[in-house]
Design a protein. Structure first.
Length: 286
């Protein structure tokens, strides 16, 4: 129910550190009635095909556990400086995006039709802006012609009043809104690139939020793709446009965006990742 509290804490919009800690379940009066189950078997190690890979994953997993338990780095007022091992860094580069792409996606053009190639790797970034920057760079590298799909944005009738909300928030303004869980107004796709579902389409068929797919055909009204993960991998599916509402409650109106419920997933945010991927953090400053 709670997962690992050392990974992702509750998200409190504009909340302080005390607000976030107070929102955790172990701060609730229900915590004393909860039973804690400890996982004892590392499934990543059992799925490794070679001893070298197993040793590498075991060393990396133990390093993460030591960080979570405060055994790495000297803590000062809740903040610790941690030295990352050199084998986990992508160094000696002038262009950070080019370097991390070359490290994560070697021999890209030779594996465009490989399902396992895209299923085994992805770039994790801390912000949506970094993710979009990497995905746009990867899109320019992909061969073939790109197809642009534009969304139809509007304000739900429940948000309209006599003051003329539609005149105040024009379609051009609605097109600029880009928030988590909502596809972009302009979706640029190419055959062969990996994408990720942003909505539950058919849970029985394994088409859930977070499922990754590889584009095989781009039509006018539908997009054909092959599933990369989920309960039914390597299955051909058709994706159509659907109406979606952003989860951001800060907007003073209810917006509706009609677009394909997918996003390019060469890179994704750390919170969005749900499968075994190479943990590579992108930083546009360092």
């Amino acid at each position: 129910m709670g997962g690992d509290f050392r990974q992702i804490l509750p998200v409190i919009p504009r909340g302080t550190r005390a607000d976030i800690v107070n929102a955790c379940i172990n701060s609730s009066y229900l915590w004393e009635y909860c039973t804690i189950f400890h996982l004892t078997k590392n499934m990543r190690l059992s799925s490794s095909s070679s001893n070298d890979s197993c040793d590498r994953i075991q060393k990396f997993s133990q390093w993460l556990l030591d960080i979570g338990e405060g055994k790495v780095g000297m803590s000062h007022d809740g903040v610790a400086e941690i030295e990352i091992p050199s084998e986990l860094l992508v160094d000696s580069c002038e262009e950070p995006i080019c370097a991390i792409v070359s490290s994560t996606y070697p021999d890209l053009f030779s594996n465009l039709s490989s399902t396992s190639y895209f299923n085994d790797r992805a770039i994790l970034a801390p912000t949506i802006d970094a993710v979009n920057q990497i995905n746009e760079y990867m899109c320019t590298m992909m061969p073939g012609d790109s197809v642009d799909y534009f969304s139809c944005d509007s304000i739900c009738k429940t948000s309209q009043d006599e003051d003329g909300v539609e005149d105040l928030y024009t379609p051009d303004f609605l097109n600029t809104i880009n928030c988590s869980g909502l596809p972009m107004h302009k979706l640029t796709l190419k055959v062969g690139m990996p994408v990720m579902l942003l909505r539950n389409i058919d849970q029985a068929s394994g088409l859930c939020n977070g499922t990754r797919l590889r584009i095989t055909h781009l039509g006018k009204s539908v997009v054909e793709a092959v599933t990369l993960n989920g309960s039914r991998p390597n299955e051909k599916v058709l994706i159509h446009r659907m109406d979606m509402n952003p989860s951001d409650s800060c907007l003073p109106f209810i917006m509706k965006r009609r677009q394909f419920p997918i996003t390019v997933s060469f890179a994704m945010t750390i919170n969005k990742s749900q499968d075994d991927v190479d943990l590579l953090e992108f930083d546009d400053v360092h």
